[in-house]
Design a protein around this ligand. Structure first.
Ligand code: HEC
Ligand code: HEC
Length: 244
């Protein structure tokens, strides 16, 4: 059942992503130098991305911003397009909607290309800081169980089944959620659950999150932010990301 949903989502999104592929048949289609310049210095009224997303694009729990570094290119372009078209609303005062609208489609691709080119290394949230910021923290091994196997008796599929091993991402459709910032993860899971984020193809994430309790969300996010991309002793990640 889930597999069928996933396969048709990929087919749909492949068709959509062809629209981004202005520069060739595959790979990243953006001017990374221009993207870097926007990321570091901003452009026009749009502030520098690193002022909120961190110098190295690793995100910031205090500001609730996501890590962009090493995220899939096609996914990043889609998010910027969705913000620009108000298909995804940024609840924090519409910052990202305004930012995305302030950039041309070419600039959005360029800055996405730059962010995607940054490090994929695991940089976990500092859970001490997360606690000090007033966030409840979950139980890591309970989160790991849901990430790996789901809680099928309660209608929660494994995250692995779509987002790949430990949430390392499966481009072009499924973003990297392993190594993502804790505060961002819990905010997004709650937004998928209450439907205030609804830019997921065929409601896939809303279906996943609707059965999750607050504890599930905190447990899963606690595991994911510290989830390595590979199993112990294996440094290789399969080269199955034609669109990264
Ligand atoms: C003033 C702070 C701020 C600035 C500047 C900023 N962002 Fe953001 N960005 C945010 C916040 C906050 C979110 C999370 C929004 C939410 O919770 O829905 C976000 C989310 C995003 C996302 C969604 C990522 C994902 O994993 O879904 C992308 C992509 C993004 N920003 C790109 C950029 C780019 C590119 C720039 C520079 C042109 C930029 N941002 C500048 C605050 C900022
Ligand atoms: C049926 C496939 C599917 C399953 C299973 C799934 N996801 Fe997702 N998820 C998606 C898709 C598709 C997106 C991208 C939505 C978009 O384009 O904005 C996504 C996006 C997300 C995001 C937002 C990432 C970002 O950077 O904005 C989070 C967080 C997330 N998923 C967490 C989870 C967790 C936790 C689980 C397991 C409990 C899970 N997902 C299981 C399909 C799935």
């Amino acid at each position: 059942m889930h597999l069928i949903t996933k396969v048709s989502a990929v087919a749909t999104l492949f068709a959509a992503s062809a629209a981004f592929a202005s520069g060739g048949s595959h790979g990243i289609h953006g001017n990374i130098e221009n993207g870097k310049n926007i990321f570091m210095n901003g452009k026009g009224d749009v502030p520098a991305c690193n002022s909120c997303h961190g110098q190295d694009g690793m995100g910031d729990d205090a500001m609730g911003t996501p890590r962009l570094a090493g995220q899939g290119y096609v996914f990043l372009v889609k998010q910027l397009e969705d913000f620009a078209a108000d298909k995804r609303m940024d609840t924090t005062m519409f910052i990202m909607n305004t930012n995305a609208k302030g950039l041309s489609p070419e600039d959005r691709r360029d800055v996405a290309a730059y962010a995607a080119s940054l490090s994929k290394e695991l940089v976990s949230s500092d859970m001490k800081q997360v606690k000090e910021l007033g966030n409840p923290v979950g139980v890591r091994h309970l989160g790991k169980s849901i990430v790996m196997y789901g809680a099928t008796d309660r209608g929660i599929p494994s995250c692995y089944s779509c987002h790949s091993f430990n949430g390392r991402g499966a481009a072009p459709v499924y973003p990297m959620i392993g190594g993502q910032k804790y505060v961002y993860l819990i905010n997004q899971l709650k937004k998928w659950r209450d439907g205030s984020r609804a830019n997921d193809p065929m409601g896939q994430m809303r279906a996943v999150a609707k059965n999750m309790t607050d504890d599930d969300i905190h447990n899963v996010a606690t595991y994911l932010t510290s989830a390595p991309r590979t199993t112990m002793g294996n440094s290789r990640v399969p080269d199955d990301y034609p669109h990264e």
